[in-house]
Write a protein that binds this ligand. Structure first.
Ligand code: SF4
Length: 263
């Protein structure tokens, strides 16, 4: 059974579920309506994956604080990690795989906060399905794309504006809301206060990966490679149905971040 069918089945059984919404959601959904729609669909809890991204950032900062001179390649991108394992296995030793990705960190937080509910990650990424099933089967995370969520809304006849009072996230973290744009980790973690500018490389887009890995391998000055498989970052993930340009998508996320800061 695929993840979408599994989720439909669990919703029909009225199982307890926690929705973990990836930070690219403002590209395709309005807030707070999306939280209300998820609750009407049957999710008991709705949290922002930015809470997990904050933990990921803290772990990256701790790595550099406790490893002076250490070097690492960021591993939150499931597509990139799979590419390295398959095509560049000699580079796997540099991946920061001991550092939980935002999805995994969010699932751990969700399980601590709501131990009776199964975590369901909702985001732009197909490769996250493999990260969940191959690398973290014990966490039992169901992974849906936004496209799949739209189909589930259709299946349960939940429209854009359900007749319910607006509802907010149960757990939220504004500081990491720019995570899905390239450089999101570096820019939201305070890493630039620890490392010099020429010790950091920020890359996105699969075409740029071979040169970035080659440079990291040959230039020991580079200590952190912040890298995402999709062009411009997760905002271009295949699970997003949007005709907006990369710039327009970034603007949508920025608007959500700014709007929240002004509340
Ligand atoms: S950059 Fe693309 S492949 Fe990587 S985690 Fe984001 S959506 Fe998935």
């Amino acid at each position: 059974m695929n993840d979408a069918a599994k989720c439909i089945d669990l919703l029909r059984q009225k199982a307890r579920l926690t929705a973990m919404l990836a930070p690219s959601f403002p590209i395709v959904y309005e807030y707070p309506q999306i939280v209300t729609r998820l609750r009407v669909l049957g999710f008991q809890h709705v949290i922002e994956v930015t809470v997990g991204a904050k933990r990921t950032n803290e772990a990256v900062i701790n790595f550099f604080k406790s490893n002076p001179g250490g070097r690492v390649i960021a591993s939150p991108c499931a597509g990139f990690v799979r590419l390295v394992r398959k095509t560049y296995p000699h580079m796997e030793k540099y991946l920061g795989l001991k550092i939980d990705s935002p999805m995994v960190a969010s699932a751990r937080i969700a399980k601590t906060s709501y131990p009776d509910a199964q975590p369901v990650f909702i985001g732009p990424c197909l490769a996250k399905k493999l990260e969940s099933s191959e690398d973290y089967p014990d966490l039992n995370i169901i992974v849906l794309t936004y496209r799949e969520l739209d189909k589930i809304f259709e299946e349960f006849k939940i429209g854009d504006g359900p007749d319910q009072p607006a509802s907010k996230f149960d757990l939220e973290e504004p500081a990491t809301r720019m995570y899905p744009a390239d450089g999101g980790l570096t820019n939201s973690s305070g890493l630039r206060e620890l490392l010099k500018e020429d010790e950091i490389r920020i890359i996105s887009g699969w075409k740029n990966i071979p040169a970035a890995l080659d440079e990291f391998e040959k230039n020991p000055k580079i200590r952190f490679l912040d890298i995402l498989f999709c062009d411009g970052g997760c905002i271009s993930g295949p699970g997003i149905a949007s005709k907006l340009s990369v710039e327009e998508k970034v603007k949508k996320i920025q608007e959500f971040q700014v709007r929240d800061a002004m509340r």
